[in-house]
Design a protein around this ligand. Structure first.
Ligand SMILES: C[S@@+](CC[C@H](N)C(=O)[O-])C[C@H]1O[C@@H](n2cnc3c(N)ncnc32)[C@H](O)[C@@H]1O
Length: 255
């Protein structure tokens, strides 16, 4: 289950990679723009501002997120990205911070690209922080004697790292396509008590939250907090720096 409020707590930092991604999409007058895994819809709104003449298509597998997107004025639906196929007039596809949740998502990309019309753009961004200290700590704690039984089956321990930019480029490349793939590590300034714990609570800890009752969830967080405080120490000015690697790939089909 996703909590839109938790997710939106860092909306400014989470929005920046989205804009860095969309900035590389050169479409001028797309007929349809699809946002796969639109989340709370606050960024989908900006796609409509960017391309005001386009039909906006937005969906997410989380009913909570779809409800939040509707509150942002987006006509979103509940659907799974694994079932999606582009409508024939889809000139832009954006999927931001979604595919890392979909195992084997590389296998979906060739079919989508093939089905898109000439001139279409496909843009994805995924967090590449699988080996970050925060995520190592989450997995190590989950596999400890205390938590392994409850969390081992929650899909936390067997998640796989996303490919690097070259991995996406290899799959997206093909005759009549231009691929632009890169990575960026954002050094994110956080503040307040246990800000890294708060950050991961909105995303990476979601499967942990779903697998535990309230008491266990509080206990797990209480064990994780001091580990994260050591890994990401608060600076004298109160800032806690969270380096965050993200992987981007944009493919453009020739007209
Ligand atoms: C980190 S949020 C990103 C939301 C939005 N794209 C953004 O950039 O703010 C990840 C979203 O992916 C959605 N999601 C995860 N797996 C999905 C799937 N298989 N199909 C559709 N949406 C999915 C989640 O429900 C969640 O809203």
């Amino acid at each position: 289950m996703w909590d839109p409020d938790k997710y939106l707590a860092f909306d400014d930092l989470r929005a920046r990679p989205f804009f860095d991604l969309v900035n590389r999409v050169g479409a001028t007058r797309p007929r349809r723009v699809a946002d796969l895994g639109c989340g709370p819809g606050n960024l989908t709104v900006t796609l409509g501002q960017w391309w005001p003449g386009a039909a906006l298509e937005a969906f997410d597998s989380s009913p909570e997120m779809v409800a939040a997107a509707k509150e942002h004025g987006i006509d979103a639906t509940v659907a799974d990205v694994r079932d999606w196929l582009p409508a024939p007039d889809t000139d832009v596809v954006v999927t931001n911070a979604v595919l890392q949740w979909v195992p084997d998502h590389l296998a979906l990309l060739p079919g989508w690209i093939e089905a898109l019309p000439a001139g279409a753009w496909f843009a994805l961004q995924v967090p590449g922080n699988f080996d970050a200290p925060s995520h190592l700590a989450i997995r190590e704690l989950a596999s400890s004697d205390r938590w392994n039984e409850k969390l081992g089956a929650a899909g936390i321990l067997n998640r796989e790292a996303v490919p690097d930019p070259a991995g996406y480029a290899a799959v997206l490349t093909g005759a009549g396509r231009r691929v632009d793939a890169w990575e960026t590590t954002y050094l994110q300034p956080l503040s307040g008590p246990d800000p890294v714990l708060e950050w991961v609570t909105g995303t990476a800890l979601r499967p942990v939250r779903d697998a535990l009752d309230d008491a266990d969830w509080q206990a797990y967080r209480a064990e994780l907090a001091p580990i994260l405080r050591v890994a990401y120490p608060e600076q004298p000015d109160g800032t806690t720096w969270l380096p965050f690697r993200r992987v981007f790939a944009v493919a453009h089909k020739n007209d």
